[in-house]
Design a protein around this ligand. Structure first.
Ligand SMILES: O=P(O)(O)OC[C@H]1O[C@H](OP(=O)(O)OP(=O)(O)O)[C@H](O)[C@@H]1O
Ligand SMILES: Nc1nc2[nH]cnc2c(=O)[nH]1
Length: 183
């Protein structure tokens, strides 16, 4: 299991974003090419790992959660909510601040309300800033978070609640090493 993901990570180039060692990978960047087989491998692993009982909605964050969310939604027939980086001003919209290791901004959640039971999925967790923002936004609506899963975890950041991850990696100046897998 996860051979394609592990191979794609261990061959990922690294670039500096300021002081941050940023790995470039098809799953996290859509670059250079995202093979359907890799997407299917991840989708299957997430279906096997996540608690989907009575889940009403999948919540992802633009941009690099969208392709994973679309694959997962089509595999599970669960509707998809995309948290955007610009406001829509719809009734009930929730705005939260997001910071990663190299950027910051605002996130805008629409389409989730009290009584919803949701799962959050994303491509990668590093500082945990994005997931903490998503959890905060969803909690503000009164909805319930059934589970959270990222494809890749590269830090030991605590997001204040259980986080499932398919693989754990270490990123140096020159390479990515897969140090643990969920399966
Ligand atoms: O754990 P963190 O430090 O928050 O980093 C993880 C986040 O970083 C990337 O998003 P980014 O904001 O770079 O935008 P993108 O998805 O549009 O590339 C990625 O998609 C995760 O959401
Ligand atoms: N592609 C990519 N996305 C990230 N999001 C947070 N850290 C990283 C990283 O190192 N690479």
């Amino acid at each position: 299991m996860l051979e394609r993901l592990i191979h794609s990570l261990e061959t990922s180039p690294i670039m500096k974003r300021g002081e941050y060692n940023y790995f470039i990978n098809p799953i996290t960047d859509g670059v250079p090419l995202l093979e359907p087989a890799l997407l299917r491998e991840i989708g299957c692993a997430m279906v096997r790992n996540l608690d989907l009982k009575d889940v009403d909605k999948i919540v992802v964050c633009e941009a690099m959660g969208i392709h994973i969310g679309v694959a997962f939604s089509m595999m599970t027939d669960i509707p998809l909510v995309v948290v955007r980086k610009r406001p829509y001003g719809l009734p009930g919209e929730v705005a939260v601040h997001q910071a990663t290791g190299y950027s910051k901004g605002e996130l805008y959640l629409n389409g989730v309300a009290a009584g919803d039971r949701v799962v959050i999925i994303d491509d990668v967790c590093s500082t945990g800033g994005t997931l903490r923002a998503l959890v905060d936004a969803i909690e503000q609506t009164g909805a319930e978070i059934a589970d959270i899963c990222v494809v890749i975890s590269r830090g030991d950041e605590d997001i204040g609640r259980p986080l499932k991850t398919l693989v754990k990696i270490e990123v140096s100046e020159t390479q990515v090493r897969v140090v643990d897998t969920c399966l």
